[in-house]
Ligand binder design. Structure first.
Ligand SMILES: Cc1cc2nc3c(=O)[nH]c(=O)nc-3n(C[C@H](O)[C@H](O)[C@H](O)COP(=O)(O)O)c2cc1C
Length: 311
């Protein structure tokens, strides 16, 4: 024990360990500072930010589903300026590795947000949310078009030296081609998956359970699909892949890493158990020790798909 190296590299960025709090599931980080030492996390991806404040959708915005959760928050948020003024200083003080998730309605908005964040002290990376299924304008429109993805990433690349991490939508046929378009445009890594477009109906009233009618599905229900997508992307690009979708145990983290993830994000599980982080780290360390693996990064992409002779 003690000799295990849990650090991982995402481009020029070194994370203390592979565990990142997923955007939208951990507030702006500071809300959780009372229960989690933010400096002990690999990173904190903060709630998606637009240039300006947004109200989001009216309730109902969250519905529980079998092994998952359906949400249509509509990217409620305080906007980038208030974030920098009100949240970033405390995140800096608490030595959090801050990944700012940004969303725009237009390409210019992504560029402007990236420019503003590049000048702010204490931002480690920018996650480009081009995959939110719950807003009408922008976002997923870019993430569902190869040209749109390429254009946003290259435009942002021109205005920032910060690592850029486009967050990919699973609501496409060939997610690996979107990872490739991101890499070609100069991304430092890709993260996936955002939520799956989904719907739930109350049969008594015949009304959709969400005010937005449709929403995004997250949680263990989506995990095997997300693992497959991480596997596909890892094989398609050289840049690191950050995997997520239904992680709720150390075994799930390991599965994503073996499939090809260099780091992972944990979203929905944090709502059920805000103390999950130390349990995940303990489980990962125990596994590495038991398998005599000195560095967690050695696991990335080590799935053995060799065809073995049938007995
Ligand atoms: C309530 C909620 C809010 C979310 N908000 C955002 C967001 O603002 N930006 C973003 O990129 N992803 C957002 N997501 C997606 C998560 O970051 C993550 O990609 C997805 O939930 C899959 O991971 P999980 O199954 O571990 O939750 C949100 C998810 C949930 C459940």
């Amino acid at each position: 024990m003690g000799l295990t190296d849990l650090s991982v590299k995402i481009g020029s960025l070194t994370l203390a360990n592979p565990l990142i709090a997923a955007s939208g599931c951990f507030g702006y980080g500071v809300e959780y500072a009372g229960v989690v030492d933010l400096s002990h996390l690999g990173g904190v991806a903060v709630k998606g930010l637009f240039l300006t404040e947004r109200q989001g959708h009216p309730p109902e915005r969250i519905v529980e589903t079998p092994a998952g959760m359906l949400n249509a928050i509509g990217l409620q948020g305080i906007g980038v300026h208030r974030f920098i003024k009100e949240k970033l200083p405390e995140l800096r003080e608490r030595r959090a590795t801050v990944i700012v998730n940004i969303c725009g309605s237009t390409l210019d908005e992504y560029v402007e947000l990236s420019r503003i964040l590049s000048d702010a002290e204490g931002v480690a990376a920018i996650e480009l949310n081009i995959s939110c299924p719950n807003i009408k304008e922008g976002g997923i429109t870019f993430g569902c078009s190869l040209h749109g993805t390429f254009d946003v990433v290259s435009a942002v690349r021109k205005v920032t030296r910060l690592p850029i991490i486009p967050k990919l939508t699973p609501n496409v046929t060939d997610v690996a081609s979107f990872a490739k378009a991101s890499e070609d445009a100069g991304a430092d890594a890709v993260s996936l998956v955002n939520t799956f477009l989904a719907m739930a109906i109350d049969v008594e009233t015949r009304r959709p359970k969400l005010s937005n009618i449709v929403g995004g599905l997250s949680g263990p229900a989506i995990r095997p699909i997300a693992v497959r997508m991480v596997y596909d992307c890892h094989r398609a690009v050289k840049i690191p892949v950050i995997g997520m979708g239904g992680i709720a145990s150390a075994k799930d983290v390991l599965e994503f890493m073996i499939a090809g993830a260099s780091a992972v994000q944990v979203g929905t599980a944090n709502f059920a158990d805000p103390f999950i982080w130390s349990k995940l780290l303990d489980g990962i360390t125990e596994y590495l020790n038991r398998h005599h693996i000195p560095r967690v990064s050695d696991l990335t992409g080590t799935v053995d798909t060799g065809v073995h002779a049938a007995h």
